[in-house]
Each structure stands twice: as structure tokens, then as C-alpha cells.
Design a protein around this ligand. Structure first.
Ligand SMILES: NC(=O)c1ccc[n+]([C@@H]2O[C@H](COP(=O)([O-])OP(=O)(O)OC[C@H]3O[C@@H](n4cnc5c(N)ncnc54)[C@H](OP(=O)(O)O)[C@@H]3O)[C@@H](O)[C@H]2O)c1
Length: 242
């Protein structure tokens, strides 16, 4: 039975590197790469990669998950990468006066609600005899207990809410589909469009390449105990406090 990996938010810098690394993995037979833009940015082994375009509406997410149900093989990995920190209209807030309904709702929609809709629609198809590892890219700044510097209200809150949804869904999977291991993953500061404006204060050696982070996540997924109750990990495989 073929092993299928599904990468959502496939055009993110980290997602593209994950796809490239998965394409070289002989234990993975097919990669389904889902993004707004069709083909992922780069792939060496295109034959293994099936690109699907999605506008992330509830209807389009549901339709894609239905079509995955009829694919031959087992989904053994799902990785959800969607997330924004800034756009040409959005800047992370430094103080309360910077908050607006429009920006908070857009960040919450992309960072929290879209991953939740994927989980809700793909989750029922993951029950199988094979272990299925699901990782959602979160961020350490979404850790409530680790919040020492404040700021970035919408981004922090969107990732904190995402973490709660992951924790809650992980409990449901343990009951209803114990072959599914769901985690939140903090990639560390990674050299992508998302972190570009904020890289100056990163200590030397702590700005990672997307390829390094992809390798770290896929190694973690391979070695993760599917029965452990640990659900939030960083790039170094260390648990992060909620
Ligand atoms: N880079 C870092 O330092 C860092 C640190 C901590 C956590 N993270 C997390 O890692 C993940 C990937 O980040 P990255 O650095 O690789 O970012 P990136 O290259 O800027 O990718 C952005 C991602 O967000 C999605 N996205 C952007 N606008 C969207 C919209 N309007 N609707 C739906 N999806 C939208 C994109 O989806 P498409 O693929 O469909 O275009 C893409 O998957 C994010 O969740 C981020 O929060 C990154």
C-alpha cells in the first residue's frame, strides 16, 4: 500500500523544502502538495509530486479532502504550513493602539481557522492500520507561558489558539483514531519572507535555512513516539511548554 504525504501551504519556503526532502525519501510514494498557486516553487522529483490548487475556502478544502479519500494508498504524513506574520497591509502590533479588527481577523483566519478546517476535513480519513503523523507549523511565540516580551498580539494569539486546537484534536484522535499522532511544531527563526523584516536581532547561528528546518521536522516525525502525550516540539526535537 502506497505511503502518501500531504503538504498544505506548499508554496511556503518551509513547505517547499519539506516537499523536496520528502521527494528524496524512498519510504514516501506520493506527495500531494496543496497551495493557492498550483505547483510548489521547486521540486527535484516532480513525478512523485501531485500539485493541487486551493483557495482555502471551506468548500474547496472539503472537496480536496473528499478527493483524497479515493486516492489509492494510506496517508501517513500531513504537514500544514500556512501562516502569516506580516503582509503589505499588516504589521505585527507593538502596542494596543495598533490593533484593528481587520488585521486580527485576517491573521486568525489564516493562522488558526484554515489549519482547523483542514484538520476537521482530513481527520476522518486518517484512521488506518498505519501510523499517520500530522504536524502543524506553530511558533514558540504562541506559548502563553513563554511570553516574556509581549507585542505581536494577533500572531501570538493566532498561534496560541492554534495550539489549543491541536491539543484538543490530539485528545480526540487518541480516542477515535489512535494511529494518528498530531503535533505543533516550532521551526525556529527560519530565513523566509515571513521572518525577513525581523532577522537583525537573531543571534548568530540561530537563523535556520528552510532545508535545515524541513530535515529537522521530518526526522522528528520519523522518531516520534506515536503514543506519547507530548504535542508541541521545536526544531531541536525538544518539547515546548504550552
Ligand atoms: N519563518 C520563521 O521564522 C517562522 C518562525 C516560526 C513559525 N513559522 C511558521 O512556519 C510556517 C511557514 O512559514 P514560512 O516562513 O515558510 O512562510 P512563507 O514562506 O511566508 O509562507 C507563507 C505560508 O502562508 C500561506 N498563506 C499566506 N497568505 C495566505 C492566505 N491569504 N490564505 C491562506 N494561506 C496563506 C501560504 O500558503 P500557499 O502555500 O498556499 O501560498 C504559505 O503556506 C508558518 O505557519 C509560520 O507561522 C515560521
Amino acid at each position: 500500500m502506497a505511503n502518501i504525504a500531504v503538504v498544505i501551504g506548499a508554496r511556503s519556503a518551509i513547505g517547499s523544502s519539506i516537499i523536496e526532502t520528502l521527494a528524496k525519501d524512498e519510504t514516501v510514494d506520493q506527495i500531494v502538495a496543496i497551495s493557492r498557486g498550483g505547483s510548489p516553487q521547486r521540486t527535484e522529483n516532480g513525478a512523485k509530486v501531485k500539485s493541487i490548487s486551493c483557495n482555502y475556502s471551506e468548500e474547496s478544502i472539503r472537496g480536496i479532502c473528499e478527493s483524497l479519500k479515493s486516492t489509492e494508498g494510506s496517508i501517513t504524513q500531513v504537514i500544514i504550513c500556512n501562516g502569516i506574520l506580516h503582509t503589505d497591509r499588516i504589521l505585527p502590533e507593538k502596542r494596543l493602539e495598533d490593533i484593528s479588527f481587520a488585521t486580527v481577523s485576517e491573521v486568525m483566519h489564516i493562522n488558526t481557522i484554515i489549519p482547523l478546517l483542514w484538520l476537521a476535513n482530513i481527520g476522518p480519513f486518517l484512521k488506518s492500520r498505519k501510523t499517520c503523523r500530522v504536524a502543524i507549523l506553530s511558533a514558540r511565540v504562541g506559548s502563553i507561558s513563554d511570553n516574556r516580551s509581549g507585542g505581536w498580539y494577533a500572531y501570538r494569539a493566532s498561534k496560541a489558539a492554534l495550539n489549543m486546537l491541536i491539543k484538543t484534536a490530539a485528545i480526540e484522535f487518541r480516542r477515535r483514531a489512535p494511529n494518528v499522532k498530531l503535533i505543533a511544531f516550532h521551526p525556529g527563526t527560519t530565513d523566509t519572507k515571513l521572518s525577513k523584516p525581523f532577522q537583525r536581532s537573531v543571534p548568530e547561528g540561530k537563523l535556520f535555512t528552510p532545508d535545515f528546518v524541513a530535515g529537522a521536522l521530518l526526522k522528528l516525525l520519523k522518531t516520534l513516539d506515536p503514543h506519547s502525550e507530548e504535542e508541541f516540539f521545536d526544531w531541536n526535537g525538544q518539547p515546548v511548554p504550552w
